[in-house]
Design a protein around this ligand. Structure first.
Ligand code: ADP
Ligand code: MG
Length: 368
């Protein structure tokens, strides 16, 4: 296969440079990046997570020039003057605007790089990309990383990085499974022997649940609420499975009939109903992936269970909901939102071990 040749080539090239690389490695920072649809996290070898900011960029509408990135850009959302717009370039897992993605990567790499004692050599960077991305998109991320100042760039599929970060034994023969629920995408993957055996990537995740809640408030209470309000109640009292003690929270918005501000108490029971469309799709996707999994691996999974990662994994009762649907143990990874970044960092610490789990690039045309 094509990828194998590239991999062989890379390995030989790498062997040749290894003595030099060892010296550079002592001085340089190796950086793992989780380029998420909602949040970008950066981890540095031996230091852990150093950056955790929303994946927002504020740009000038006319020139499309970035004006602010990360937390600062998110602060501008909804408050921008007419000629500035705040966007999420990775939303829905698509690298829609290359230049903006590049600016964002550069900002985060520079920010991490500032932590170095000396400003050179440039860092080696591992970037997590959604497993569904096209060859063109991978290329775009790779190029953006290099042009953002990386000495070497490696791509890893996000579910793979999430699994490594969650401590799953993906290199072993035994099967394991991750469900990474982010903002824009949910990624399901089943691993064995360092490879992804079955995978699913859907554009239903945390954001879609927020939209469900906006819809629900509108149709049930004629209440117009913003996305951030919806996210707040989702995190506060959202739920996917009956809870021992149901809770309520205040929803604030504007009444659509009289145009006046209005507050409504919303319960975790109502939110469960509101979020059901997205939650059901996620559950069905997990079930589909399991249906396609070879029986030997299913047997392994029955032993080790299914691991949930990403911010969406923290929805109350989601693990129970999936457990109930697939009759298998489901657990939430420790510090689920940082799994991908920590996994990417781990890969850099053991590049020799993990080299084979990295994404091959069809680099026919360009070599930097
Ligand atoms: P991405 O990898 O796409 O950037 P993240 O893994 O950072 O996404 O997760 C972001 C999503 O997780 C958002 O939709 C956010 O609302 C949701 N989220 C974060 N914390 C919680 C929580 N405690 N409960 C429920 N959802 C949460
Ligand atoms: Mg993610």
């Amino acid at each position: 296969q094509n990828l194998l040749t590239i991999y062989d080539f890379e390995r030989r090239y790498y062997e040749l440079l290894r003595p030099l690389d060892w010296v550079l490695g002592l001085l340089s920072l190796d950086i793992g990046i989780d380029l998420g649809t909602a949040n970008t996290l950066v981890s540095i070898r031996d230091k852990g997570i150093v950056i955790n900011e929303p994946s927002w960029v504020a740009i000038n509408k006319r020139t499309r020039r970035p004006l602010a990135i990360g937390a600062e850009a998110r602060e501008m959302v909804g408050r921008t003057p007419a000629d500035i717009v705040a966007i999420r370039p990775l939303r829905d897992g698509v690298i829609s605007e290359f230049e903006i993605t590049e600016a964002m990567l550069k900002y985060f790499i520079d920010k991490a790089h500032e932590q170095m004692i000396v400003p050179f050599p440039r860092p080696r960077v591992v970037v997590g990309v959604p497993s569904g991305v096209t060859e063109v998109e991978k290329r775009a991320v790779y190029d953006a990383t290099i042009s953002a100042g990386a000495r070497e760039a490696f791509l890893i599929e996000e579910p793979m990085a999430a699994a490594i970060g969650a401590g799953l034994p993906i290199i072993e023969t035994r099967g394991s499974m991750i469900v990474d629920i982010g903002g824009g995408t949910t990624e399901v993957a089943i691993f064995a022997m360092g490879g992804i055996v079955v995978s699913r990537s859907i554009r239903v995740a945390g954001d879609e649940m927020d939209e469900d809640i906006v819809q629900y408030a509108r149709s049930k209470y004629s209440l117009l609420i913003g996305e951030r309000m919806a996210e707040r109640v989702k995190i506060g009292v959202g739920s996917a499975f009956p809870m021992p003690e149901e809770q309520t929270m205040t929803l604030r918005g504007r009444n659509l009939i009289n145009g006046l501000p209005q507050a409504v108490e919303i319960s975790s029971i109502e939110l469960r109903e509101a979020m059901a469309p997205s939650v059901n799709i996620i559950v069905d996707t997990v079930r589909d992936a399991l249906d396609e999994t070879p029986p030997e691996l299913v047997a392994d999974l029955m032993e080790v269970g299914i691991c949930l990662a990403g911010g969406g994994a923290q929805i109350r009762g989601l693990a129970e909901r999936i457990e109930d649907a697939v009759k298998m143990r489901v657990w939430v990874a420790e510090d689920s939102m940082t799994c991908v970044a920590r996994g990417a960092g781990r890969v850099l610490e053991n590049l020799d071990n993990y080299r084979r789990v990295l994404v091959g690039l069809d680099r026919g045309s360009t070599h930097h």
